[in-house]
Design a protein around this ligand. Structure first.
Ligand SMILES: Cc1cc2nc3c(=O)[nH]c(=O)nc-3n(C[C@H](O)[C@H](O)[C@H](O)COP(=O)(O)OP(=O)(O)OC[C@H]3O[C@@H](n4cnc5c(N)ncnc54)[C@H](O)[C@@H]3O)c2cc1C
Length: 409
């Protein structure tokens, strides 16, 4: 690993620091930081958090710091992936985040840039990058999650439009979104990966019914979305008709890397401070568990350094994004479960009755979402087996069978 900046990177880092120092307050590492507000339960607090995420994204855009590695032609800075890493490292010290606005850019930007038409680029990439228009991902369905290509939402061509009917589920932020990226089946006679088309859909189109789902954390992060005779203009197809799987794969690859590289509001230092507060640092089993949490945090950091070196110096093999994602989510579970164990019986309290107003209780309930979203741990293990370890692929009996002939639940 080699983390030294080249002279150009060092100059970029100085410039980034100056921008951040001028536009953002430093993080305190406490609940006083607004950038921790993703877990706020009250809808008013959520609305404030979302607005601040959008405002920060607009500040980035207006000052030429949004989409650092996006081409200039698409509204980005035209920089390198290394520069994006440097900026993220520097920004981690400040009380700022683009939150779900930034996440949408990871999901929507790459497929639109790579597969979209010039008109789609001109219409959508600017407002996406500035955070003026919000997006959601309409992929998963009740019968199609890990096996996404089994999806059953139908789109039928009708003149200059497509008519869409079906149901999506787990659609993050759909209730706030202006647009969605939608996968629908356009050729049921083709094998399941071959008859799918990728659309842009205006979320205010008649026939779209969005029903928020309340999670155990009290948040309404995601939704059920019902589509009934929804009309989408033909020019909103991204890539080839029936060729949507290739476009979707661009999104899915970007998503796994994004989750594995995500920052964390619960760190080893925070767990250690809690252990001291609860008077548990003398317990040998707790000390072992603390060591495990510490080691995992270091290992994750080294994985990220390896990724960084491979990108910045264009050498070495970066760790597979599935390795990063799974290690990240397993380590998160160990950390937050230890934090609850440290509290003893008080760990069963919640909300204002609990230590730190229930911060750790919320983290422990929320941990499952990162193990599932962006592909479950089990599915990523399959990918590690195939891609990283070179094991034979899982046998597939449905590869050459028409989707309409496949058994479905
Ligand atoms: C926080 C969060 C946000 C999300 N946001 C979105 C979003 O914005 N848009 C969207 O489209 N979707 C979203 N999802 C949905 C997510 O992509 C799916 O939940 C995920 O792909 C799993 O699908 P499923 O829930 O249908 O579970 P299933 O696929 O039914 O899996 C059930 C169980 O079977 C296991 N399993 C399945 N297949 C295999 C296999 N081949 N080998 C081994 N084990 C297997 C799984 O690991 C799991 O334990 C979100 C999910 C979460 C948790």
């Amino acid at each position: 690993m080699d983390f030294d900046d080249t002279p150009e990177d060092a100059a970029f880092r100085t410039e980034a620091r100056a921008f951040l120092e001028a536009h953002a307050p430093r993080k305190t590492g406490t609940d006083a930081d607004w950038s921790r507000g993703a877990m706020a339960e009250h809808p008013d607090e959520q609305a404030v958090y979302h607005k601040r995420c959008q405002e920060w994204q607009a500040t980035l855009y207006d000052n030429g710091w949004a989409g650092i590695a996006w081409p200039k032609a698409f509204g980005g800075r035209g920089g390198t992936p290394a520069q994006q890493i440097i900026f993220n490292q520097e920004a981690a010290r400040y009380d700022v985040t683009s939150g779900f606005v930034g996440a949408a850019q990871h999901l929507v930007g790459p497929p639109l840039m790579r597969h979209g038409s010039p008109e789609q680029h001109a219409r959508h990439l600017g407002p996406l990058l500035r955070g003026d228009e919000l997006w959601c991902q309409l992929f998963s369905e009740p019968g199609a999650g890990s096996d996404l290509a089994a999806l059953a939402t139908r789109a039928v061509r009708d003149g200059d439009e497509w008519m869409v009917n079906g149901q999506k589920v787990w659609t993050s932020a759909a209730q706030h979104a202006d647009f969605g990226i939608l996968l629908a089946r356009t050729d049921p006679d083709a094998p399941k990966h071959k008859g799918i088309t990728f659309f842009i859909v205006d979320m205010r189109t008649s026939g779209i019914d969005i029903r928020p789902l309340v999670q155990a954390t009290g948040l309404t992060h995601f939704n059920e979305v019902f589509l009934t005779d929804v009309r989408i203009p033909a020019e909103n197809v991204v890539g080839e008709v029936h060729g949507g799987w290739a476009v979707a794969r661009t999104t899915l690859a970007s998503e796994a890397g994004m989750i594995g590289g995500a920052g964390q509001s619960s760190t080893f230092d925070a767990v250690l401070a809690l252990a001291r507060e609860c008077g548990r640092t003398g317990d040998p089993e707790i000390r072992l568990a603390l060591a495990d949490v510490y080691l995992r945090e270091r290992i994750l950091k080294f994985h990220q350094y390896r990724m960084q070196t491979a990108i910045m110096h264009k050498r070495g093999t970066p760790p597979d994004p599935s390795v990063l994602k799974n290690f990240f989510t397993q380590s998160l579970s160990k950390r937050v479960e230890l934090a609850i164990a440290l509290q003893g019986a008080a760990g069963m309290l919640a909300g204002k009755d609990a230590i730190h107003d229930g911060f750790w209780q919320k983290q422990v309930v929320a941990q499952f979402s990162s193990r599932i979203g962006g592909g479950t741990n089990e599915v990523h293990k399959n990918m590690i087996g195939e891609r990283a370890l070179g094991l034979p692929a899982e046998p597939r009996s449905d590869k050459d069978v028409a989707w309409r002939d496949l058994p479905r639940s």
